[in-house]
Design a protein. Structure first.
Length: 211
């Protein structure tokens, strides 16, 4: 999940004198960073909490990379980037699917969807011990085909044959609907912030520069 905030200053520069042209890249880089900071802050504090049922309140602040290093605009590189961590344990493909919608393909032969009788953590998801591969090794837990033809992982909770506890529904794939308006919200934030910020930053740059 990534959004680039870029600028082309050539059109504006044509209307300014040499002094003004020298200040534009610096002021624009600061404005782009202001917009990127605003997008990140708004996503963490308003966008994600309003769109998604939150179980872990620190999740999105940990997922979005800080606006620094290569994500920060400079006067020679007028691009600021707001993105989730692209690799390592914080990489999450499902953020992109939540933001755009799309097909979810399982890593193995089936997609395991938690059933009503699987215990979830308070912050969401299942523990490692309760993942399908691990739970299938337990007593009275087995895979079965339901009367509907649906494959499932169930548990026999008593000595009786029924009832069975529904742990996982198994599907060959699944569709994730769009739930997280990251791109629409970010575009609106950039439009709101960048013009106001550039006016302030450009005036400050002209005041502090040496002719």
């Amino acid at each position: 999940m990534q959004m680039n905030v870029t600028s082309n200053v050539s059109t504006v520069a044509k209307a300014l004198d040499a002094f003004g042209k020298n200040q534009i890249p610096f002021a624009m880089s600061q404005s782009l960073n202001d917009a990127a900071f605003a997008v990140r802050k708004d996503t963490i504090e308003r966008g994600w909490p309003s769109d998604i049922t939150m179980r872990n309140r620190t999740f999105m602040s940990a997922m979005l990379m800080p606006i620094r290093g290569n994500n920060r605009a400079t006067k020679r590189r007028l691009t600021a980037i707001v993105q989730n961590h692209p690799s390592g344990p914080r990489h999450r493909d499902y953020l992109q699917r939540l933001a755009t919608g799309g097909q979810k393909i399982p890593r193995g032969s089936n997609l395991a969807i938690p059933g009503k009788d699987i215990r979830l953590r308070a912050r969401g998801g299942v523990t490692k011990a309760n993942r399908p591969r691990n739970i299938l090794g337990r007593k009275n837990v087995f895979r079965v085909k339901l009367k509907s033809g649906q494959d499932a992982i169930v548990r026999r909770a008593t000595k009786q044959r029924y009832p069975l506890q529904m742990l996982y529904i198994l599907e060959p794939s699944g569709f994730v609907r769009k739930q997280f308006d990251f791109y629409d919200d970010a575009n609106a934030t950039v439009r709101r912030v960048i013009a106001k910020s550039f006016d302030k930053r450009f005036k400050a740059a002209k005041r502090s520069a040496r002719r």
